[in-house]
Design a protein around this ligand. Structure first.
Ligand code: IVH
Length: 665
């Protein structure tokens, strides 16, 4: 079979499997078979760039090319919906429509999905553009990122109009959101407050390969165009689902207000079992002809409204505000409340976030406050019932000035809302937090020790910092808190074994602010040993890939602290790997440091992935397409003519496999 035909067959097949899996939820082949086919297509496309197609299923993998978004004007403005919060307002809407139309009509009820809205343009069955809402008039072109969302079809099937727009919501499912926040917590990155923020943040990422990894989903709910198949909005969406779109199965055409209320009341409860966040019900006049008759106000259509669910909230008394100090020293105010029932759990505490929030609420002790769970996981205080405040109202809540744990004066960094305790090396929760991080699986991986044991050892004065761990003796801990001889010995031997943990993980384990696993790896490759790192200048640090000003400053500040320097000396004396080993050295070089390298063609000595790894291990960066910034192209057999032409035009060196291997040997 000729190559072009093979490529086209694979594309059609992958589009179909993708639709079966992500839209219909009914896969026909295994994940492995799918991946194999995708890989086969990727290889063929790479070898034959002359058959490139912007809507190939391979586009879903994303690329690591950075780009700024271009702004695109919406053909039809993206309006919002008028919000209502009560049955009475829904009845008003129904009556307004009835009077204005003066004929029979149906209202289509559907879920209001709480994500970020998107407008997709299709021409001749192909996705050509995806634009965010922006200011309603114009939005960001996020096409490459949207292409990574598997439930959005790149190529349509069936009987679709030649040109149309479809709008809908991009969502991050609850499970993905929780997983993402867990990972971010481990890396000490700020958490997303809710799946909506996570979805819109993800859509604006520069790197579509990261977007691809975030597993976004979608529901499409609004078709626009000249040649739509039916007069009914509901009927058109059913049609759109046949073309490949993911359309919500929760839609109902209602004739009477009672039918509408039944739908609202049922889904107000049942929505808690849906995999994605919803915050209301949207009511739309079903007939497009009638929609046109009703028209728009300046801001929203007259033919639709949103009924917003009441975020579940409860009223209770504020007894006290306490303050928690985290591992990084960040101080979080916590409201202590009279226990109250909320969405199935008893709430006694709620986050107050920071000093500005407390000030904004004008909070006094003894106030009756509203607690909400909303889309957030941690309940928060959203308001104060000021009427309930008697003439004997309690004291106004003032944010503390000194650390509740160690008494140090708190500081507030410019541009940050949080207060910090600066006493990194002697404030108990910061010390315990640092030790917990140090022993964690991805750091020193010390088995048998957990937060409770760390707390116990700390309270008994057995450990004050991470270096003390290496001086622990089994007979010191044997018998503590029902600990047997065997477990005591296991802990001590696990601590001793951690001396073999490689340099890069030791750097990560130190818990330097903003130095996560990836940065630790880069550091371990750039420096011979910890002493070199300790003395590194700001310029040297920022010259390393992935290290910007913020991280560099944090590293400098860590090593400028005398007790950190002493700690490092003690860890060194205990025999931890604080330098690169022979093995590290032989595997990693900086021979390709600062180089952007494009891989193209078919190879004989190594696979494409192996070359990618070799580039990274030698300090280079593999990039997707040729530009003036490309350092050279690693070319195998059959490099595509378009790529070759581009490289020649820009005067970019082309290296063969052998030449490349010689270069890094
Ligand atoms: S229809 C002209 N249907 O709610 C109105 N919107 O305030 C077109 N939304 O920006 C929107 N679920 O992001 C529509 N089933 C649904 C929706 C929905 C969520 C969002 C959408 C829009 C906002 C309106």
């Amino acid at each position: 079979m000729d190559i072009k035909q093979k490529i086209e067959e694979l594309r059609a097949e992958l589009h179909r499997h993708n639709y079966n899996y992500y839209v219909l939820n009914a896969p026909e082949i295994s994940d492995k078979e799918f991946d194999d086919k995708m890989r086969e297509l990727q290889d063929l496309e790479e070898a034959h760039p002359e058959f490139k197609d912007d809507n190939s299923p391979t586009m879903r993998v994303g690329s690591d090319i950075n780009k700024n978004f271009t702004q695109i004007a919406h053909k039809y403005p993206m309006l919002s919906l008028a919000n209502t919060y009560s049955e009475a307002e829904v009845t008003d809407f129904y009556e307004r429509v009835r009077k204005a139309l003066n004929e029979e009509f149906e209202i289509c009820c559907e879920m209001k999905y709480d994500g970020t809205s998107i407008s997709l343009t299709y021409e001749d069955g192909k996705l050509i553009r995806a634009v965010t809402r922006g200011d309603g008039e114009k939005g960001d072109d996020v096409t490459d990122n949207v292409k990574t969302i598997r439930s959005i079809p790149l190529v349509l099937h069936g009987d679709y109009p030649p040109s149309f727009e479809i709008r809908g919501e991009i969502l991050m499912p609850w499970t993905v959101f929780e997983e993402l926040n867990k990972e971010r917590e481990a890396r000490e990155e700020p958490l997303f407050a809710n799946p909506r923020n996570a979805a819109s943040g993800t859509l604006k990422l520069q790197n579509s390969a990261v977007v691809a990894s975030r597993k976004l989903d979608s529901y499409l709910y609004y078709l626009l165009g000249e040649n739509l198949p039916h007069d009914g909005h509901y009927e058109n969406l059913q049609e759109a689902s046949k073309w490949g779109f993911k359309v919500s199965p929760i839609m109902r055409k209602c004739k009477t207000p009672q039918e509408i209320f039944d739908f609202i009341n049922y889904w107000d409860v049942e929505r808690k079992n849906l995999p994605v966040a919803t915050d209301g019900i949207v009511l739309k006049v079903n007939s497009l002809r009638q929609q046109k008759n009703l028209g728009f106000t300046a801001k929203s259509p007259r033919w639709a409204i949103a009924y917003k669910f009441q975020a579940e909230r409860a009223l209770t008394r504020l007894n006290k505000v306490s303050y928690q100090v985290g591992r990084t020293g960040a101080v979080t105010p916590v409201a202590n409340l009279d226990p109250v029932q909320l969405s199935g759990t008893v709430v006694k505490r709620a986050s107050l976030h920071n000093a500005d929030i407390i000030e904004g609420l004008d909070l006094h002790i003894g106030d009756m406050v509203y607690v909400e769970k909303g889309g957030e996981i941690i309940p928060k205080i959203t308001g104060v019932d000021k009427e309930a405040r008697g003439f004997m109202s309690g004291e106004k809540v003032k944010f503390i000035t000194h650390c509740p744990e160690c008494g140090s004066k708190l500081i507030r960094y410019e541009g940050e809302a949080a207060h910090y305790c600066p006493n990194e090396t002697a404030c108990p929760p910061q010390i315990k937090g640092k030790i917990e991080h140090f022993i964690s699986r991805r750091a020193m991986n010390i088995d048998g020790l957990g937060p409770e044991t760390v707390d116990l050892f700390y309270r008994l004065g057995l450990i004050h910092d991470t270096a003390d761990l290496y001086e622990l003796k089994a007979d010191q801990i044997n018998g503590l808190d029902r600990m047997g001889e065997k477990s005591a010995e296991n802990i001590v031997s696990s601590i001793q074994e951690s001396k073999n943990v490689p340099f890069e993980r030791v750097i990560f384990a130190l818990g330097i602010r903003f130095v996560g696993e990836t940065v630790a790896k880069k550091i371990a490759r750039a420096f011979e040993n910890i002493d070199e790192l300790k003395e590194a200048s700001f310029e040297r640090l920022t010259s390393i890939d992935e290290i910007g000003e913020k991280i560099a400053r944090s590293i400098l500040s860590y090593f400028s602290n005398e007790s950190n320097r002493r700690l490092i000396e003690r860890l060194k004396e205990s025999g931890l790997q604080l330098r690169r080993t022979e093995q590290d050295r032989s595997e990693y070089t900086d021979k390709l440091a600062g180089k952007s390298i494009v891989i193209s063609g078919v190879f004989t000595h190594h696979s494409r992935d192996e070359y990618k790894e070799l580039i990274e291990k030698n300090g280079g960066k593999n990039v997707g397409s040729i530009s003036s910034k490309t350092s050279f192209v690693l070319a195998g057999e059959n490099m595509g003519p378009a790529k070759l032409e581009k490289a020649r035009k820009l005067g970019i060196t082309i290296l063969s496999e052998d030449e490349f291997l010689k270069l890094i040997s």
